[in-house]
Write a protein that binds this ligand. Structure first.
Ligand SMILES: [Zn+2]
Length: 254
């Protein structure tokens, strides 16, 4: 009978080749890591989860922003103060208010003020379906665009309410959800001194300041001139939202 033996050098060569092949497969596996399978959610980036709050910049710039959804007295007063003091600002107007006050909204846009969206019905977006959020924004979009000639690109969600889902729904129709870096709390009518103190102590380069110009806010027009004066003394340049974004990197935070 014959005995078959395998030479030692053949075994060594086979093992070495096998190990090499295994290494190649492992390396390729790391380099060509497959993307997430369909239906598997990729980790959300801040821009997909949160609202725009401010801009990282080392320059002393900030954006005063005013939400408006009701009345004519405070909107006019605030607009007049801004014009008198030659201060740029952004108005986030609700669709129904804009429709009722088209002449004022047009005057704002014509004077170089930025007119952005505060949506249609003043309801929490997290309580609406994706289609509901988009319909809320689109209705306001049409009215504002018809008045100013320019479609907004920013939406301040009613009550500052949002979720990653509403952020995505707004984004899908070209809107960035904006809240604020500093809340003046003027909507609470907390006293003129409090409103001024809130803004001038919290202001920082690239800040987005939340204020209101609805008639429900009774102290904004009294606080505003002092705020403007103080910020100017601190060396701040006040700009619109679009301009602010040219100064640095936008921050999306929860
Ligand atoms: Zn509002």
């Amino acid at each position: 009978m014959r005995i078959y033996t395998v030479p030692h050098h053949w075994i060594r060569r086979t093992v070495t080749t096998g190990v090499m092949l295994l290494l190649v497969v492992m390396v390729l596996g790391v380099i060509h890591r497959p993307g997430p399978a369909l239906g598997t959610a990729a980790p959300l980036q801040p821009v997909d989860r949160y609202s725009l709050r401010d801009v990282t910049t080392n320059q002393k710039v900030a954006a005063l922003t005013f939400d408006i959804s009701w009345g004519t007295v405070m909107p006019t007063k605030v607009f007049d103060i801004l014009k008198r003091d030659h201060v740029a600002a952004t108005f986030f107007v609700s669709g129904p208010w804009a429709r009722q006050n088209a002449a004022l909204v047009k005057a704002m846009a014509d004077a170089g003020y930025e007119v952005e969206s505060h949506g249609w019905a003043h309801v929490n977006y997290t309580g609406l379906s994706n289609a509901g959020v988009q319909e809320n924004i689109q209705k306001a979009n049409q009215v504002i665009k018809d008045i100013t000639g320019q479609a907004p690109t920013f939406v301040r969600p009613p009550n500052g309410d949002f979720s990653p889902r509403t952020i995505a729904a707004a984004k899908q129709i070209g809107y960035t959800t904006v809240t604020w870096g500093t809340d003046s709390l003027d909507w609470m009518n907390p006293g003129v001194g409090t409103i001024i103190r809130r803004v001038v102590t919290r202001i920082h380069p690239g800040d987005i300041v939340l204020m209101h110009a609805s008639d429900t806010c009774k102290q904004t027009d009294i606080a505003l001139p002092t705020i403007i004066q103080d910020l100017k003394q601190k060396g701040y340049q006040l700009v619109t939202m679009k301009k602010l974004l040219t100064y640095g990197t936008p921050n999306y935070r929860g």
